[in-house]
Design a protein around this ligand. Structure first.
Ligand code: 5GP
Length: 125
């Protein structure tokens, strides 16, 4: 069940509660996906759990199925949104991880076929 908005004070809590709109990509009983308001690539959406989990550092063993479900949705949703040539996923965690909204979310972003490849962030000097 969705945590009441009074216990989830984040902007994503308000989106889940229907208090502010979003451009929806996907929804089921456990998960909502919607386009990022400030995209960093041609396509950029977020997958969030309906359960209020502030950060990836807050998950425990009881969240294994939910986290697996969220990650498993990524390829199909990315394809549906036109990211057929590849994409990047990211989960920013905590202040030093660059997290701004404290409701766990997976970023999925990339350019459509014919667009520029994303610049690699890791593994290169
Ligand atoms: P973080 O830095 O926490 O990993 O990412 C938060 C993301 O949420 C940012 O990419 C930001 O653009 C996005 N965001 C913040 N406020 C809103 C909003 O009201 N609606 C939508 N759709 N995205 C938002």
């Amino acid at each position: 069940m969705t945590t009441p908005v009074t216990e989830n004070p984040t902007i994503f809590g308000k989106i889940l509660a229907g208090q502010i709109p979003c451009k929806k990509v996907y929804e089921d009983a456990d998960v909502l996906a919607f386009h990022d308001i400030n995209p960093v690539a041609e396509v950029h959406f977020l997958i969030i759990p309906k359960k209020y989990i502030p950060t990836l550092a807050d998950i425990d063993a009881s969240d294994t199925a939910l986290m697996g479900k969220m990650l498993s949705l990524v390829p199909a949703l990315a394809k549906e949104q036109g990211l057929t040539g590849g994409f990047r996923t990211a989960i920013n965690t905590g202040r030093l991880g660059g997290q701004e909204v404290y409701h766990l979310h997976i970023h999925v972003f990339g350019n459509r076929p014919g667009g520029e490849p994303l610049r690699s962030l890791v593994g290169k000097a």
